[in-house]
Ligand binder design. Structure first.
Ligand code: SF4
Length: 149
């Protein structure tokens, strides 16, 4: 693509929202199709994931480069949440008279020579509380990834 076209492309309003150089939390985000197209999904994964990472960025939560957050809408795990640093599996939880979207949280999944499945560390966390939960978990990830940790 000629440079002049690249400049025009980079100035497109769409790229204000969907940046060509996203932050660390966006780069490794993997999300299954969710209830737009899959009747197994317990939650609206795409919307929840965007809301979650947007809120974490707004709070200034940082993560080491390469931190992988994966979300699946159900136990079938098309979002491969079991091999993520932080995995989210869609759930529902009753709060009073209302059933709301939620997620189980997994941590510690890895690929490669040291592969292992993530472990569930919290169950049925309401979607409204996921940012608080991940804001607490991500600094631990940063410590774990620090040299000498
Ligand atoms: S993980 Fe579940 S909800 Fe997501 S695409 Fe697979 S079957 Fe559907």
């Amino acid at each position: 693509m000629p440079d002049v076209q690249l400049t025009e492309l980079l100035a497109a309003p769409l790229l204000d929202e969907w940046r060509p150089e996203p932050g660390a939390l966006w780069r490794q985000l993997v999300v299954c199709t969710g209830n737009d197209y899959c009747h197994y999904s317990l939650i609206d994964t795409k919307r929840r994931a965007v809301e979650l990472v947007t809120e974490l960025e707004r709070r200034g939560v940082e993560a080491p480069a390469g931190t992988r957050i994966h979300m699946s809408g159900c136990v079938h795990a098309c979002g491969k949440h079991h091999v993520a640093d932080i995995g989210l599996q869609g759930a529902n939880v009753r709060i009073g008279d209302e059933v709301v979207e939620a997620a189980d949280i997994f941590t510690g999944g890895r690929l490669g020579d040291d592969a292992r499945l993530a472990e569930r560390v919290a169950s049925r966390v309401p979607a409204s509380a996921l940012a608080d939960a991940l804001a607490a978990l991500l600094p631990q990830r940063a410590l774990a990834a620090a040299p000498g940790a």
